[in-house]
Ligand binder design. Structure first.
Ligand code: NAD
Ligand code: UGA
Length: 468
């Protein structure tokens, strides 16, 4: 009997930005399958189970509607990892794989300790054959590590290991999952068991995705494709940001250049929006990982090539921050600067690696006073982000930075307003009112090129946009 005939229970280890939305979409498309999302963090599970849907641990458009529909019916959030593993025929590993902060590969390699812990836990408690699905982003050949652990520490149970990387972007996760461009499944096609496992996972996605969108490859191609996709996307952002610096020196306009090159369908119009720099939990971590793997394999030129994508990103963030200081007459000390936006992009509350925290850190070093307003990010998260940078004491951070819940209050009496996230609501603010309540000359530094600079200039603002 093939395993595909018996899928009634799925378990996902890791209730984060990937595990939560991904399993919610699977549950909503497969009402006959019981989906359990488990996590070691009891607070996170409690938030997922909160009766107040505004308190879900992540903000993602469309998510709470799906959760309202399936939670408690065939989608469950739990800390009972062992029983959930035991019951499931398919186990997704969706835990974090951050950059290592210690030891060999510190600052570059992916830290696989959480993946290893999952493999060991599965080996320890499984009593029947299972399909293990790598959903987390991992270095190429990690499946081998998982396989070795499962085979050497388990109860002699057979496991099939598949790579099924996730390509969702935050802010559009539900749409990306429900209508994925492609679903990638890497597995061992050379054995009957491997073929069955691939077919089994594919049959889940085929419930809502056209079959031709499901791409099947070997495990290593699948693992490497995930890192490559993120590297290519980030490279486009760094490419346009590099050109934005050139625009500022030459009188060319980056939005015009982007429109002109994007009209060539070999280039395409997506991912060429100049910005204050990319953030997010994955671009930097995955490129560092690619650089580390390349170096480890003796491919120095390849490593140097990809590292440049990150160097341009750091350059862009610092260029933006320095430009604020230069324009404010070479000093921001004691001046109030309002930050509109803190999240790494709109429609998410995720702040990991957000450009905002690096720009803020730079300005706080210059002893500026910063007031932040973001529609979804909570105050304690902003201070946690600054703590991560270890640039000053907690007290100093609290003295220099305040978080406002009203954008007009954040901007009041400020010397400059900086746009760090492209939230739609910023576009339609009453900019005349903001101007009237600011110190003069009043500056706007639009790190996302979302505002109408002609209108702002008419009001009286001095406006800086990226690549203009
Ligand atoms: P996250 O930090 O939001 O969530 C990971 C969760 O795993 C945490 O809640 C943590 O408590 C839990 N966890 C860690 N070790 C555990 C263990 N041993 N047992 C049970 N739970 C454990 O991370 P995320 O953003 O969801 O990312 C997960 C993976 O998916 C990463 O590899 C990431 O690169 C990849 N990815 C992320 C995105 C994204 O948009 N965030 C998109 C595609 C892929
Ligand atoms: C990215 C990828 O787009 C997803 O496919 C992938 O699954 C995910 O990483 C992951 O592996 O975690 P995400 O980081 O959520 O998704 O968001 P993106 O839309 O890719 O934006 C990343 C950063 O680039 C943001 O800071 C965004 O503002 C910036 N960006 C994006 C630009 O500055 N310009 C652009 O044109 C596009």
């Amino acid at each position: 009997m093939t395993i595909s005939k018996k899928i009634s229970n799925i378990c996902c280890i890791g209730a984060g930005y990937v595990g939560g939305p991904t399993m919610a979409v699977i549950a909503s498309n497969c009402s006959d399958i019981k989906v359990k999302v488990v996590d070691v963090n009891p607070n996170r599970i409690a938030d997922w189970n909160s009766s107040n849907l505004e308190e879900l641990p992540i903000y993602e458009p469309g998510l709470k509607e799906i959760i309202a529909k399936v939670r408690g019916k065939n989608l469950f959030f739990s800390t009972d990892i062992e029983n959930s593993i035991r019951e499931a025929q398919i186990i997704f590993i969706s835990v974090n794989t951050p950059t290592k902060t210690y030891g060999k590969g510190k600052g570059m390699a992916a830290d696989l300790k959480y993946i290893e812990l999952c493999a060991r836990k599965i080996a320890e408690v499984a009593t029947e054959e299972k399909i293990i699905v790598e959903k987390s982003t991992i270095p190429v050949r990690t499946a081998q590590t998982i396989k070795t652990i499962l085979e050497n520490t388990g109860n002699n149970i057979k496991f099939q290991i598949l790579s099924n990387p996730e390509f969702l972007a935050e802010g559009t996760a539900i749409e990306d999952l429900q209508n994925a461009n492609r679903m990638l499944i890497g597995g061992d096609n050379s054995t009957k068991e491997g073929q069955d496992a691939i077919a089994c996972l594919s049959s889940i996605y085929e419930r809502w995705l056209p079959k031709e969108r499901i791409i099947k490859t070997n495990v290593w191609s699948s693992e490497l494709s995930k890192l490559t996709a993120n590297a290519f996307l980030a490279q486009r952002v760094s490419s346009i940001n590099a050109i934005s610096a050139l625009c500022e020196k030459t009188g060319a306009d980056i939005d015009e250049v982007a429109r002109a090159i994007g009209a060539d369908n070999r280039i395409g119009s997506k991912f060429i929006n100049a910005s204050v720099g990319f953030g997010g939990s994955c671009f930097q971590k995955d490129i560092l990982n690619l650089v580390y793997i390349s170096k480890s394999l003796g491919l120095k030129e390849v490593a140097d090539y990809w590292e440049q994508v990150l160097l341009i990103n750091d350059y862009q963030k610092m260029r933006f921050a320095e430009n604020i200081v230069n324009n404010l007459f070479n000093t921001v000390s004691g001046k109030k600067i309002a930050f509109l936006g803190w999240a790494f992009k709109k429609n998410t509350n995720d702040t990991r690696e957000t450009a905002a925290m690096y720009v803020a850190n730079f300005l706080l070093d210059e002893t500026a006073f910063i007031h932040v307003y973001d529609p979804t990010v909570k105050s304690n998260q902003i201070f946690k982000d600054l703590e991560l940078l270890s640039s000053r004491t907690t007290e100093e951070n609290h003295k220099l930075l305040k978080v406002d819940t009203d954008p007009y209050q954040a901007c009041k009496e400020s010397h400059a307003v900086a746009i760090l996230t492209e939230w739609d609501e910023f576009i339609n603010y009453d900019w005349q009112k903001i101007y009237d309540n600011m110190k003069k000359p009043a500056f706007v530094f639009d790190g996302r090129n979302i505002l109408n600079s002609d209108k702002l200039k008419e009001i009286g603002f001095k406006v800086y946009q990226i690549g203009k």
